[in-house]
Design a protein around this ligand. Structure first.
Ligand SMILES: [Zn+2]
Ligand SMILES: [Zn+2]
Length: 175
């Protein structure tokens, strides 16, 4: 769905859209959309700004991937509200462009006549996905010795006792 600035000049643009799996490309081969993506909200042109747009709404979707530890299915149900601001890219002077720092990270930019809702949703979803993709925070993973899924059955393997010198080193590198 295209959110048109021209339309926003007349009225707030409301959206209530459903995207089936495959309609939005997350450019992430590990991640699959496992439920329809539903997004509702409103886009408005803010008064007394040079074309600043505010998009508020809510999205719900389920995604799934392989668990990083046990290779089973890891599910990520997302249900989130968003409140985003976009400025036209041509409003930026070169000096300002340099000045954009962390503090303005919440501000996005658009080019031309408006923006695609799909692009906005994709960006939000990618930001929300956890770095570590596990089926559950206490997933026991796969035994490095026998290859059994330790969530399903305990095995009798003894793990190599950790070498103290190495674990000390690891602690240092984590700081
Ligand atoms: Zn797992
Ligand atoms: Zn084992």
């Amino acid at each position: 769905m295209f959110l048109s600035i021209k339309e926003m000049e007349v009225r707030k643009v409301r959206f209530d859209e459903t995207f089936q799996p495959g309609e939005i490309d997350f450019s992430d081969e590990q991640m699959r959309q496992s439920s329809p993506l539903h997004a509702t909200g409103v886009a408005e042109l803010l008064a007394n700004t040079e074309g600043e747009v505010r998009i508020q709404g809510r999205l719900t979707v389920k995604l799934e991937s392989e668990c990083d530890r046990c290779l089973g299915r890891a599910e990520f149900p997302l249900d989130t509200r968003f409140d985003l601001f976009y400025r036209p890219v041509q409003s930026l002077s070169a000096a300002e462009e340099v000045a954009i720092d962390e503090g303005e990270a919440e501000m996005g930019f658009y080019e031309g006549a408006g923006m695609e809702l799909e692009d906005i949703l994709r960006e939000q979803i990618v930001l929300l996905l956890p770095m570590q993709r596990v089926c559950s925070t206490d997933c026991k993973g796969i035994c490095p010795v026998c290859g059994k899924n330790r969530n399903e059955s305990a095995c009798n393997c003894h793990e190599e006792p950790a070498d103290d010198r190495w674990s000390a080193l690891r602690k240092i590198s984590q700081v």
